[in-house]
Design a protein around this ligand. Structure first.
Ligand SMILES: [Fe+2]
Length: 302
């Protein structure tokens, strides 16, 4: 038995879908998948115990640590674009292709336009960026700006810490574990097989919703206050806001996707999810080993 496993989400889903219009056999198949997610994906180490972000949150790192962290993150940020493009190309439906393209284009610098908003976007969404930046809406009919590319938000941050364009974002700047993560993203998240890709997406969303953005922000705020006034944190605060909005929808989206397709393969979904999370864990474990290796050298300003 998996520690902490209750099967609660599957039980609630079964009760809720009993009265739905879906065929009972498909409801049962979905509930079985939900139960396996609870057992095999949600308790993954990278979701429940990320040693690096737990350490980072306290802000007891020096400039070398944060430069190393941002360099690795910049490579991930750039290669995420490759994985997202593959996901777009391999999308099983036009709707799925549009959903992937929203993320891809926004990543590259097309800001979201929120047709429902009557008032300007809250300042927090674009804190340290150029004014307020929408965190939801659509790229359709919106505007492209080089300066709105997520990579450039990150570059603004690295530049502040003395790392120029030449020193970030490329494969050659990555450690072995970061390269492994980026390649796994392309292979699994960008997979041609819809069940594998769906499992990977769902797993990545649950990892992102588990609070690591907040842990990173807390650590960066401590560091900023202590020794880097003016450090722009917009890249992190914006992603955290998007994640908070998205976290509430991940299960609804899974249900929608599952019933929209005839043929979600349970085994391939689960292995896609687990293998993807192993890739994510490799990234954070790599950073954790690197920071442990620097332990004797670290000089945290008081
Ligand atoms: Fe991003």
């Amino acid at each position: 038995m998996t520690p902490g496993f209750t099967g609660q989400i599957a039980k609630e889903t079964r009760v809720r879908l009993q009265t739905s219009a879906y065929p009972p056999a498909r409801v049962e198949k979905f509930c079985r998948l939900v139960e396996r997610i609870e057992r095999e994906i949600l308790p993954h180490d990278v979701i429940v115990r990320n040693h690096y972000t737990k350490w980072f949150e306290r802000g007891q790192f020096d400039r070398t640590d944060v430069r190393h962290f941002l360099t690795q993150f910049s490579v991930f940020s750039n290669f995420f674009i490759v994985a997202q493009l593959l996901k777009t190309i391999n999308a099983p439906t036009l709707e799925a292709m549009h959903a992937s393209k929203e993320i891809l284009m926004n990543e590259l610098g097309v800001t979201f336009r929120n047709p429902d908003r009557k008032t300007p976007a809250p300042e927090t969404a674009g804190q340290d960026l150029e004014g307020a930046v929408e965190s939801e809406g659509t790229v359709d009919g919106s505007v492209f700006r080089f300066s709105s590319a997520h990579f450039e938000w990150l570059l603004r941050m690295t530049t502040h810490l003395g790392l120029s364009f030449r020193e970030v974002g490329k494969r050659r700047h990555a450690t072995k574990s970061t390269v492994f993560f980026c390649d796994e993203l392309a292979r699994i998240y960008g997979s041609e097989d819809p069940s594998t890709a769906l499992g990977a997406s769902f797993a990545v969303e649950n990892w992102a919703a588990a609070g690591f953005w907040k842990e990173l922000i807390r650590g960066l705020q401590v560091f900023k206050k202590r020794e880097a006034p003016g450090l722009p944190l917009g890249f992190f605060t914006w992603h955290d806001i998007v994640e908070d909005q998205h976290a509430q929808h991940t299960w609804d989206e899974l249900e929608e996707e599952f019933f929209a397709h005839e043929d979600v393969d349970e085994d391939r979904f689960i292995s896609g999810g687990v293998e993807m999370l192993n890739g994510v864990l490799s990234f954070w474990n790599g950073l954790n080993s690197d920071r442990l290796a620097r332990e004797p050298l670290r000089k945290v300003a008081s």
